[in-house]
Design a protein around this ligand. Structure first.
Ligand SMILES: Nc1ncnc2c1ncn2[C@@H]1O[C@H](COP(=O)(O)OP(=O)(O)O)[C@@H](O)[C@H]1O
Ligand SMILES: [Mg+2]
Length: 262
């Protein structure tokens, strides 16, 4: 068992003169890197997925995303909390899917299946040509994927990005969501300016674990909601969008249970 400080925030050890910063880091270590999670991280290290976890990009109640290094590349590591996790976001339709896919016996098992699901869906999105992080590997509650950003930092979420050309953003959203629906056959279901990154003039779709097949009965309502979120956002940027037209442009007519032959 490697020591936590060898794989988690190793480069920050010397920079602990600032006591407030130190206690923040300690708190993160306690909250996210319980014994099991540390073992999972060290397994991913020994499998060559990452060398070390550098710093947190985002931390929340259900999990955190960290920047990591592998050789001279960066990677992103998403860790779902096992201890003290409420996992409130888990929507019932996705839970049903999970139960069908795997034999989930307890809460930990559910989180591991959820992590695996995110990895699988990212792979399907990449295969369909959707701009989303490349999935590299996963183990238990830890997912390793492509880092979207540069040495200067992670790409901003659309919510915080400076978008000079809302028309180009609309075209990107139609392209990426359209590929997700038509070519991957999936509806994201939690799409908002918080779950889309803006990087190199492209929309990068993230946070995909709750995506469902487009023929699921819940899919039409979820796609409508995803589209409405962005129609509103684009409206605020000065690009008025008719949600019905947006819906048609992403292949909304393909979404929903197969129609009964009449
Ligand atoms: N692959 C990635 N590269 C860079 N930043 C990321 C990546 N994945 C997630 N992030 C950052 O972490 C935040 C949280 O990730 P997300 O997958 O949305 O998890 P959750 O919303 O469940 O906490 C994102 O809003 C984004 O800022
Ligand atoms: Mg998110």
């Amino acid at each position: 068992m490697p020591r936590a400080e060898d794989v988690v925030f190793p480069r920050q050890r010397e920079r602990f003169e600032d006591r407030r910063k130190e206690s923040r880091q300690r708190k993160l270590l306690d909250e996210f890197f319980d014994h099991g999670t540390l073992l999972s991280v060290s397994r991913l290290v020994s499998h060559g997925q990452i060398d070390a976890i550098d710093f947190p990009i985002s931390t929340g109640k259900e999990g955190g995303v960290f920047r990591a290094t592998k050789g001279d590349e960066f990677r992103a590591v998403k860790i779902y909390r096992v201890a003290n996790s409420t996992f409130r976001r888990l929507p019932p339709y996705a839970l049903d899917e999970l139960r069908r896919e795997s034999s989930v016996r307890n809460f930990g098992g559910l989180i591991f299946a959820w992590t695996r699901r995110e990895h699988t869906i990212l792979g399907r999105l990449r295969d369909a040509g959707v701009r989303a992080p490349v999935p590299f590997g996963h183990y238990r509650n830890v997912l390793v994927m492509e880092f979207i950003g540069t040495a200067e930092g992670a790409a901003p979420r659309l919510q915080n990005a400076v978008v000079d050309d809302p028309e180009a953003l609309y075209e990107q959203l139609v392209l990426q969501i359209g590929r997700m629906v038509r070519d991957a056959g999936l509806v994201h279901g939690d799409l908002s300016p918080y779950n889309v990154l803006w990087f190199e003039d492209r929309a990068v779709l993230i946070d995909v674990a709750q995506a469902i097949p487009r023929d699921h009965p819940a899919a039409p309502g979820l796609l409508r909601r995803d589209i409405a979120n962005f129609a509103k956002f684009l409206g605020r940027l000065g690009r008025a969008v008719d949600p019905e037209e947006f819906l048609r442009a992403v292949g909304g007519d393909l979404v929903g249970p197969p129609k009964e032959a009449t």
